[in-house]
Design a binder for this molecule. Sequence first.
Ligand code: HEC
Ligand code: HEC
Length: 346
Amino acid sequence: MTSTSPRPLQVLGWRPWLATTVTTLVLTATTILAVGCVPRFPAPRVEVAGTDEQVARGQYLATHVTICITCHSVRDWSFYGGPTTPGTEGLGGPTHPDFFRLPADVVLPSPNITQEGVGSWTDGELIRAISGGLRADGAALFPAHPYFQLRRMPREDLEAIVAYLRTLEPGSVALPTRDLVYALARDIGNTLPLPPQPKKAVPKPGSVESGAYLAEVGNCKWCHTPTDTMGWPILGQEFQGGAGFLVPAPGGGRVFSSNLTPHPTGLGSWTREVFIARFKNATPEAIRSSTVQEGAFNSPMNWAAYSGMTEQDLGAIYDYLSTLRPRNNPVTPWVPGEGGSALLSD
Ligand code: HEC
Ligand code: HEC
């Protein structure tokens, strides 16, 4: 081979590749904008009976597992894990966007989900919003509301949650106006909702499958999986921890989620009993017995809410996490310093 023989890659260089990529992106963006593309799919026709059993199951899920109430209520960051302020359940949450890992200038409150907010929505429209991401008027919700995680929730559990929402005491708290800031973010957000694909039945309580289900709908996976620069969970790194969150005032700095895989840098040395006790001991009373000092460590994980999960469900989550591939990922839990972002309600 002589020095003048063609070396295709170098001859082509990176420019044509870049041009192709840019062209593809522009075409895709134009198509999205042109179609104006909020996906449409019908709300299921269903009337939720609202039996005592459904309300009880819905309350359990919404408060302690799927933590609807954590996001859709006022949280008190002067206590560890930001427990819900009693009396504000479902009235809406002026939650700081960094919890959703969005740019700091995005304003995205969690709306009022009592009858005062969604009283005119049908049961089917609520089910479609919760698990599919479309509001009653057909507008898209931003996936900070976890409709991707709730997409496969069986109808039975969704109906139970709706039954519970209907019993919430109406009222209101001051919420900022939603502002996604960038037109592009809005347009991309509008293309995201997908029709739900409900599982046929709720997995058998206590089973590993149940643990997988609870870790998904309970948002454990979302917070304990690192995200890329676009905010999407990185495939193949599920549950390995290391996702960063600004600690809201009065705390400060940045806190990182723990590695939940069965590796020594994760839950490798935790027994099932230790895992369950870690949750059961974080009762609202215990959490409220000491306050977070200025600039100190705090966590976005609402331990007080999760402490109400049953030992059977916590055990199932542990059993499921134990089946994951161990991942060597030592996580620095907390970096003090900047952070301490003021809540939008302040
Ligand atoms: C991580 C926080 C979070 C969790 C958990 C969460 N939501 Fe949401 N929810 C939001 C946010 C933020 C919005 C608003 C999104 C937007 O404006 O695009 C929202 C929107 C909604 C809406 C639409 C209301 C409206 O007026 O537009 C309903 C209904 C709702 N959530 C119900 C629930 C239920 C029920 C659960 C539990 C199964 C739940 N949410 C869990 C954050 C959350
Ligand atoms: C809003 C984000 C968020 C959610 C939701 C969340 N976590 Fe966490 N989790 C964290 C962060 C951040 C930490 C590290 C700070 C701390 O210990 O609270 C953590 C810590 C932990 C720890 C280690 C505690 C210790 O003592 O070292 C365990 C175990 C855990 N989470 C399990 C879970 C499980 C199981 C779920 C779902 C039921 C869950 N987490 C949901 C963010 C979250």
